[in-house]
Design a protein around this ligand. Structure first.
Ligand code: PEP
Ligand code: MN
Length: 309
């Protein structure tokens, strides 16, 4: 099978020179493999379940820049009917001169976003020494694409009793991604949400190429939930809606989108952020596609009431 992870080993048969028997030695990942748990893993994040038949929307600022900017994004996400907030206090930037995040102050603002909206949060942790601090502020810890193979960090979050979102590496194969998840599971933490955020290809028109096929592939190879990040994959505001709708239709368990009150003034990833006005329309579009493909939205009480259903 092309690209599948089945492993076979040829073994010589004693007394039969030139004849070999072939033994299947299985996939290189075990705990996260679908074979080890046929039913889909459901992850409780606050009062929302990620990974059931239903679909979750995660929304909020890419980076927490100021209290006003972060709170405006959080309020818009809640009003639109999103389930979980995003917002980063620590940023991995390509340039050392780019905004690196507000660090501890950013975590405090994240706590305020959570307190005011009552919504659970996801935020990135960059290094092993920050894991305890970040875990004390957020419901979900995110491992970014640039850290997907930071094995010490994977092991550290693997020791937590808290959900971890693992983004796909910049140019990682699906097998490498699942092996990274295995590092976390192997330490005892199987509350892992995979996040497809596009991979680097030869195409420069998009920030990354959204590998939509990874969604059904992951569902067949693993019991873990998988969400799609249409913001970091397309890298353009006008692609967020179409890619988000594709994510619902292809069977993803959710999406995560960047929202900013003034994208043109954003300190990080402005071109891909949707505005605080656009987020409600995005959620309404997602609900329409979800209905068409027979996928309920997660926690409908909270979600649908916001758009008057
Ligand atoms: C992000 O989600 O803010 C982010 C940095 O994404 P990635 O790690 O996928 O590049
Ligand atoms: Mn970003």
């Amino acid at each position: 099978m092309v690209g599948d992870t089945e492993r076979f080993m040829a073994l010589p048969i004693p007394g039969m020179p030139g004849v070999e028997s072939v033994m299947r030695i299985g996939k290189p990942y075990k705990l996260v493999a679908r074979e080890s748990r046929p039913e889909a893993t459901e992850i409780q994040v606050g009062d929302v379940i990620v990974g059931r038949d239903s679909f979750v929307v995660i929304a909020g600022p890419c980076a927490i820049e100021t209290e006003e900017q972060a709170m405006a994004s959080a309020r818009a996400a809640k009003a639109a009917g999103a389930h979980i907030l995003r917002g980063d206090a620590y940023k991995h930037r390509t340039s050392p001169y780019a905004f690196q995040g507000l660090a501890k102050r950013g975590l405090e603002i994240l706590a305020q976003m959570r307190a005011e909206t009552g919504m659970p949060t996801v935020t990135e942790v960059l290094q092993t020494t920050d894991v305890e601090l970040v875990a004390s502020y957020s419901d979900v810890l995110r491992i970014g694409a640039r850290n997907m193979q930071n094995f010490e960090l994977l092991k550290e979050v693997g020791k937590l009793h808290k959900p971890v979102m693992l983004k796909r590496g910049l140019a990682s194969t699906i097998e490498e991604w699942l092996m990274a998840a295995e590092y976390i599971a192997n330490q005892g933490n199987e509350e892992i949400i995979l996040c497809e955020r596009g991979i680097r290809t030869y195409e420069p028109m998009t920030r990354n190429t959204l590998d939509i096929s990874s969604v059904p592939l992951i569902h067949s190879l693993s019991h873990l939930p998988i969400i799609v990040d249409p913001s970091h994959s397309g890298g353009k505001r006008e692609l967020v809606g179409p890619l988000a709708r594709a994510a619902v239709a292809v069977g993803a368990d959710g999406i995560m989108v960047d929202v900013h009150p003034k994208p043109e003034a954003a300190l990080c990833d402005g071109p891909q952020a949707i505005t605080t006005e656009e987020v409600a329309e995005l959620v309404a579009d997602i609900i329409a596609v979800a209905k068409a493909v027979g996928r309920p939205m997660a926690n409908p009480k909270q979600n649908l009431s916001a758009i008057g259903e």
